[in-house]
Ligand binder design. Structure first.
Ligand code: FMN
Length: 463
């Protein structure tokens, strides 16, 4: 049997993820394994048609295709995303139709499910026979039980192909509405939004008036009295994608720092704004690979929040409501950065006039929230995220991410460990021995116990 592995690691053969494939090869040498480093060689695939055709040729006679990748900022890396775009742009979808596939990711389990959901959606779009996913922790292969698990899973995949089992589809195809957004309402000069000193920055991949997205961001811009900044992300000088070297772990400095403008752009523009609007077109089941490049390159700050205390919202063109996975990623990204999630304005629903109104209110509310320093409590998306980071940076990855560790120490991130919660410690010291006495426990009204501090608060005239 021939397996073609689409390697999504920018590290190519030095990828941790590929060690999982080599392990299968060691256990099942009777099969053929062709590893294609498509993320690493994306520039060649993009510019040299013969290179892309070599990949296509391998895929043609594969019995099984394995998507194997590291999770990069909740998804796949920008290079792999671009490879997926090439499949559709160059019309190679048919090649994947009906092929058995499985998906292997390695990561620290930080939003690995969203990366997996994304690739699952792509597999369904390509009409592949999707066997299932294996979302490994980077180190799983080093533990006998977990290694066994992976081998077992892959053997099931082999068996499925051998016995030609049926597979199910999870995702509906996406449908785009045919709609031309034509801004109608010009805001009166007197109604224009006064930023009152707040810095507003819009990052968009379209800034001309030829597309819905371009028109939406320009309408948004025009609702302001002041001249707010609108940057086209295609115009930022970025010489290359993140290559996963993790050199930034030591001091939060990217290897490209002096080679292009990205570090300056992020630290002097994005980090200094009070209100941020990210604007993008949906391309397959995410935004464009250009947007992903921006997210990946911002990883030089590793696991420390950099968009702190800001208002951040999205203007999106495309079928966002049909991709809950993307909504989750975009909301989570705001929440774990300690900023306030403003929500989405899209061109999916409503008339042009209604979208005009939504854009205007978006700007108005953003300024009001910013003036009030309003940050909503974060949901599980942000709360859990920081805990995964905290544990990893405190523990096994501290030597790699020393700059994060220092930040976490100086900014109280480690204070969220339960053993550091003084209030909880005192409460437990007092109550646990009492709870162990049957008579006391049975007499205790826990509902009332929970309400006790609230009652105190509500009865207090000063709070
Ligand atoms: C730029 C970058 C972004 C990352 N983003 C995530 C992430 O969002 N979630 C996660 O769990 N791990 C993340 N990781 C960790 C990698 O997924 C993990 O180390 C993986 O095993 C690397 O595999 P590879 O050696 O095959 O590239 C990231 C690593 C890098 C370098």
């Amino acid at each position: 049997m021939k397996f073609v592995i689409l390697n999504g690691s920018p590290k190519g053969n030095e990828s941790v993820t590929m060690q999982y494939i080599l392990y299968i090869k060691k256990k099942h040498p009777e099969h053929e394994y062709v590893i294609l480093n498509v993320a690493q060689m994306i520039n060649k695939l993009e510019t040299k048609q013969e290179k892309l055709l070599e990949v296509i040729q391998e895929l043609k006679n594969a019995d099984g295709i394995v998507w194997g990748f590291p999770v990069y900022v909740m998804l796949v890396c920008s290079q792999y995303k671009r490879f997926i775009e090439l499949i559709f742009d160059r019309g190679f979808e048919e090649l994947f139709n009906g092929k058995y596939t499985t998906v292997l990711s390695t990561s620290i389990h930080f939003y690995d499910h969203t990366a997996q959901n994304y690739i699952h959606g792509i597999c369904d779009d390509l009409k592949m026979k999707y066997f299932g996913f294996f979302a490994a922790d980077s180190w799983d292969l080093l533990y006998p039980d977990r290694r066994k698990n992976w081998l077992f899973f892959f053997e099931k995949f082999i068996n499925m192909i051998n016995t030609n089992q049926p597979t199910s589809i999870y995702h509906q195809s996406l449908t785009n509405r045919e709609f031309h957004y034509e801004p109608k309402q010009l805001v009166n000069e007197s109604d224009k939004i006064d930023t009152r000193g707040k810095k507003v920055l819009v990052l968009s991949e379209d800034t001309n008036n030829l597309t819905n997205l371009g028109r939406m961001v320009n309408t948004f811009k025009k609702s302001f009295l002041d001249n707010i900044e609108l940057i086209n992300i295609n115009e930022i000088d970025i010489v290359g994608p993140c290559i996963g070297c993790t050199k930034c772990g030591y001091n939060h400095e990217c290897i490209y720092k002096d080679k292009d403008e990205f570090t300056d752009f992020w630290t002097k523009k994005v980090m200094l704004a009070d209100i941020l609007i990210f604007a993008g077109n949906i391309q397959d089941r995410f935004l464009s690979s250009r947007w992903k490049l921006v997210y990946d390159r911002a990883f030089f700050n590793n696991h420390t929040p950099t968009i702190i205390d800001k208002q951040l919202g999205y203007i999106i063109s495309g079928p966002l409501s049909q991709i809950p996975n993307l909504r989750e990623i975009l909301q989570a990204h705001v929440e774990y950065q300690d900023s306030n999630f403003l929500g989405f304005i899209t061109d999916e629903f409503g008339t042009s006039e209604e979208i005009d109104g939504l854009l205007y209110n978006f700007g108005k509310l953003a300024v009001e929230y910013s003036l009030a320093n309003f940050i909503k409590p974060r949901t599980f998306l942000g709360e859990a995220a920081m805990k995964v980071f905290r544990d990893d940076v405190y523990g096994r990855n501290r030597f790699v991410f020393l700059a994060d560790h220092e930040y976490y120490e100086s900014h109280g991130v480690y204070n969220t460990f339960p053993q550091n919660d003084e209030r909880a410690k005192k409460l437990n010291e007092k109550l646990i021995p009492l709870m162990k006495i049957d008579k006391v426990r049975n007499r205790m009204d826990l509902k009332q116990e929970f309400l006790r501090p609230f009652k105190k608060l509500l009865e207090s005239p000063n709070k």
